[in-house]
Design a protein around this ligand. Structure first.
Ligand code: UT7
Length: 382
């Protein structure tokens, strides 16, 4: 029989420990702590060591969530990983996580909706659980943007960080879990946020730590982010038949504190009921919302029965929101001893190592220009 709801029963995060602060970035690009803080709210971001892959941090977060849930990993029959920085084009990084957990049954695949990815992945898993196709899912948001950044581009290098978190999603007949969702896309504006250098447009150019070139119209992205996050928030509230007063906590995507403040104001929710992490992590893309949820739970900001709103926005341009009802238990059922392996280097040393790898090949924008999008450009002849 199909389940009525899918509840979020346990969480785990694995954020790399090494931190690059704004003063570190002043040594790399023409920027300042003051500019980054006042324009974005970001003070620092976490960076994974060079030997780390998306599936590694994904596996750690998955193990922590499983331990917190007090369940056997073998009871997981679905893994959905949200990432735009997978280990490989294929196989999906979710598959490496399934193998790492020693699971030999069920499905595992990636969802790519960039910063909206976790919310899209949660809706995907939720739909499967409701039909009865699967019973227990792991939904993970994992990103290593440090690999994708052009560290010489101050416009984008200061905005992003690495991180990961996972949630155990459990079929239930109780009135909790995902109450309403709304997912959308402004495909017409997809050209204002794009990273060039990865993907089939660039053929076999994709070497590890290859050059990237970012298309990034910050102000237009900002406007669309406020619009998409606000529209989807209004939609889920209306769908659930509740007003903004019923929302106990907003856990939004965190790209810019000013975006978050605009979205909260439009929703009529005071900032005291908004959970902010952008100062600690920057924008971790698909990992942002789940890491913030873990932090909010750990800080006691999610109370039993709480109603949580999670508006998000990302390249695509994707936008979305969830309304999530927590159950009576918000704390973990067991403790976790999962840790990322130690790394001897400082975060700034790691960033400089990434830059040196690129420099050693001779930086080049060759092959990164071309048509705005492959489908809108002329086909190669012959
Ligand atoms: O998750 C979804 C992805 N991203 C987003 O949602 C980001 C949305 N956009 C934003 O957050 C903001 O637009 C930014 C933080 C990216 C930029 O803030 P802004 O207030 O829109 O600044 P701006 O782009 O209008 O640039 C203002 C000035 C420019 O100089 P001039 O032309 O006024 O002399 C930039 O060149 O700031 C300069 N600038 C910088 N200065 C110091 C741009 N980046 C930097 C920097 N440090 N890192």
């Amino acid at each position: 029989m199909a389940a009525y709801h899918a509840k979020l029963s346990a969480f785990g995060s694995s954020v790399p420990k090494k931190i690059v602060n704004n003063f570190d970035l002043e040594k790399i690009v023409d920027t300042s702590d003051e500019w980054i803080r006042t324009r974005t709210g970001i003070r620092q971001r976490h960076i994974a060591s060079p030997g780390e892959f998306t599936s590694h941090i994904g596996l750690k977060a998955a193990q922590a969530a499983i331990q917190h849930a007090g369940i056997d990993a073998q009871s997981i029959d679905l893994i959905v990983l949200a990432t735009s920085t997978p280990d490989n084009t294929f196989p999906a990084s979710a598959v490496a996580i399934q193998a790492g957990l020693g699971i030999h049954h069920g499905a595992a695949f990636d969802v790519q909706a960039v910063c909206s990815g976790f919310i899209f992945a949660l809706s995907t898993a939720d739909s499967f659980l409701r039909t009865g196709a699967f019973k227990r899912a792991l939904v993970i948001g994992a990103e290593l943007f440090s690999r994708l950044l052009d560290w010489e581009d101050r416009t984008t290098a200061v905005l992003f960080g690495d991180g990961c978190a996972a949630v155990v999603l459990q079929a239930t007949d109780r009135d909790e879990g995902i109450v309403a969702d709304k997912l959308g896309c402004y495909a017409d504006a997809r050209g204002i946020l794009r990273v060039r250098g990865y993907g089939t447009t660039y053929g076999n150019r994709g070497v590890s730590f290859g050059d990237t070139l970012w298309d990034f119209d910050g102000q237009e992205i900002f406007k669309r982010a406020v619009h998409g996050m606000s529209e989807s928030s209004a939609h889920v509230l209306a769908k659930a038949g509740v007003t903004a007063d019923a929302v106990d906590l907003v856990v939004p995507h965190q790209a810019n504190l000013r975006i978050i403040e605009f979205v909260a104001k439009r929703a009529g929710i005071p900032m005291e009921r908004v959970f902010v992490t952008v100062h600690k992590y920057g924008n971790m893309s698909a990992a942002t919302v789940p890491v913030a949820l873990v932090d909010a739970i750990e800080e006691g900001r999610v109370t039993p029965g709480a109603l949580i709103l999670t508006p998000a926005f990302g390249a695509g341009l994707t936008w979305c929101s969830h309304l999530i009802r927590f159950g009576e238990r918000v704390t973990p059922l067991a403790t976790t001893d999962v840790e990322l392996p130690p790394c001897g280097k400082t975060a700034l040393e790691m960033v400089n190592a990434f830059r040196a790898i690129k420099d050693s090949r001779g930086r080049s924008a060759a092959g990164l220009a071309g048509p705005v999008f492959p489908e809108s450009g002329a086909r190669a002849s012959g």
